[in-house]
Design a protein around this ligand. Structure first.
Ligand code: ATP
Ligand code: SKM
Ligand code: MG
Length: 168
């Protein structure tokens, strides 16, 4: 099985859905954010504040290339699609699944979150701006799943169904 890359905005559920999908398919799951935290011994927030976003993006680009591309689910950070070479890499090495979520629900899911450095201030404004900027990049995925108002199990079932269609 080729790698499955889950992409989407912060709060779309990549980490949560990926973990469950891994259990259902019996495939190991690697989360790029968690991997970077383990490798650097720092939290994402610490990396942003101590080393800056550009360094974080360099870590992200590098580790994406170090990960296996077979028999794995890679749950990505929300900003992995910013770099064109990452979008190309994922499309070339696996199946890219974009987890879409409507803004009003993202606002709800991210309301109490304090771990994502890019949306600390002016929350809803920041979320909307980033979301609109990135939407065309997310849409370059092989398939899109809408997660708005759906449970994690329902989303996982849809992904499993779509993966069984002959095209994939
Ligand atoms: N389908 C869903 N319905 C309701 N809440 C959800 C759903 N999926 C995820 N959540 C909740 O939304 C929050 C964000 O989920 P998660 O951390 O999986 O997002 P993410 O896409 O990995 O974000 P990031 O890009 O920041 O890593 C969590 O509190 C999670 O429990
Ligand atoms: O959307 C983003 O730019 C980010 C999403 C998170 O997964 C982390 O990778 C980090 O907080 C940046
Ligand atoms: Mg995540």
């Amino acid at each position: 099985m080729r790698a499955i890359y889950l992409t989407g905005f912060m709060g779309a559920g990549k980490t949560t859905v990926g973990r469950r999908l891994g259990e259902v398919l019996g495939v190991p799951v690697i989360d790029t954010d968690t991997y970077i935290e383990q490798q650097t011994g720092k939290t994402i927030a610490q990396i942003f504040s101590e080393e800056g976003e550009e360094t974080f993006r360099a870590y992200e680009r590098e580790i994406l290339r170090q990960l296996p591309t077979e028999h794995v689910i890679v749950t990505t950070g929300g900003g992995i699609v910013i770099q064109e070479e990452n979008r190309q890499f994922m499309r070339a090495h696996g199946i890219v699944i974009y987890l879409h979520c409507e803004l009003h629900e993202l606002f709800r899911r991210l309301a109490d979150d304090a771990t994502r450095p890019l949306i600390m201030k002016n929350k809803q404004e920041q979320i909307k701006k980033l979301f609109e900027q990135r939407l065309p990049w997310y849409k370059e995925a092989h398939m899109t799943i809408d997660t708005t108002n759906r449970t994690v199990d329902d989303i996982v079932q849809s992904i499993v169904f779509m993966l069984k269609t002959p095209h994939f």
